[in-house]
Structure formats: structure tokens, C-alpha cells
Design a protein around this ligand. Structure first.
Ligand SMILES: [Zn+2]
Length: 181
């Protein structure tokens, strides 16, 4: 559910049976997100928001409504670029080195560039479209190697190194970028 707030713009409210208390975070679009226990009334949500304005203002990088919309637009463009590129790039490397995966999924989490599930689905972050090509390829080769090794063991890194001899440098450089927008 989304509530409109004069100061913070659109606020995303997620009601979850697992939430213990009310927690604030920032969504990838720069909106304020609140996670609240499932049966919290809208009245309580608003009251809690009001009583925490000062903390939110000081601690969280909430964007104003115009910036939130600009983020949405930017994200859409990025997702479009990613759709037209990442699945094909993944396929290219997979074919080249004889990997077979089940599915390619595009994500936009704030924390990870990619992942590989035990069901052989490879997820790639659309934010990869904003990093240099060599780093993008490194992430893809890293996830492909997880198809054979579901850990970060020596054997795993040896396989990554076979396909990307500069993987150590790429891993380091990647830390200069953030998967979020
Ligand atoms: Zn990994």
C-alpha cells in the first residue's frame, strides 16, 4: 500500500505477518518504505510516521516527490537496456564455456549484483548496465561458475579465474560501484 505524505512524497507501507515492530528503510526509488506488522491500522501507521519525522529526516536519504519520479524513469530506462542486453550476454558466455542454466532473471536489489540459485536460475542486477563492460562480464562469469560450485571454494575461484584471469582486480573494482541507483 502507498500513502501520500506532504513531506516525504509517496510512502510505501508493507504489511507483513513477520514484522515485529515498525521499521523504516529507503526503497530503490528513494521513497520511504515502512514495514509494519500485518494488523497495524492505517491510523497507527500515520501516527508512527508523524512521531518519527525528525529521525527519518536526519537518518534516511529520502528523495523529494519529483526526484522519486525521476528515479522511476531512470530505473525504467535502465531495466529496458538491461532486458535488451543482459540475457544475451549471459547466453553468449554460457555457450562459449559450455554452461547450461535454466533461466535468467533481472533484479533490482540494492545489495547484490547477481546470484545463482540451486534451481539454476541466474539473477542479474539491472544496475550492471552502469558499470564497465569488463566488470559486467566478470559478474556473469562469476554466477555461471556457481552452476558448478555453489560456494566460494578454491575450486570455484579457480574456475572463475580460468574464464576471467583478472577476476581479483574486477572483484575489487566492483566495490567502487553500488547496485542501487
Ligand atoms: Zn558468488
Amino acid at each position: 500500500m502507498i500513502i501520500k505524505d506532504v513531506e516525504f512524497g509517496e510512502v510505501i507501507v508493507r504489511k507483513s505477518p513477520l514484522a515485529r515492530g515498525i521499521k523504516f528503510s529507503v526503497s530503490t526509488s528513494g521513497r520511504l518504505a515502512m514495514s509494519v506488522p500485518k494488523y497495524t491500522s492505517d491510523f497507527l501507521v500515520k501516527r508512527f510516521l508523524n512521531s518519527n519525522r525528525k529521525v527519518i529526516r536526519e537518518k534516511l536519504p529520502i528523495k523529494n516527490p519529483a526526484e522519486q519520479r525521476a528515479r522511476d524513469y531512470q530505473k525504467k530506462q535502465l531495466a529496458k537496456k538491461a532486458r535488451e542486453y543482459l540475457p544475451y550476454r549471459l547466453e553468449f558466455w554460457a555457450k562459449k564455456y559450455g554452461y547450461s542454466y535454466d533461466k535468467c532473471r533481472l533484479t533490482h536489489a540494492n545489495t547484490r549484483w547477481g546470484s545463482c540459485s540451486s534451481r539454476r536460475t541466474i539473477s542479474l542486477n539491472i544496475g550492471l548496465m552502469q558499470v564497465p563492460e569488463e566488470l559486467r562480464d566478470y559478474v556473469i562469469l562469476h554466477e555461471l561458475a556457481h552452476l558448478n560450485h555453489m560456494d566460494h571454494s578454491k575450486a570455484f575461484w579457480a574456475e572463475v579465474g580460468e574464464h576471467d584471469p583478472k577476476y581479483k582486480m574486477h572483484e575489487k573494482k566492483l566495490k567502487l560501484f553500488s547496485p542501487g541507483l
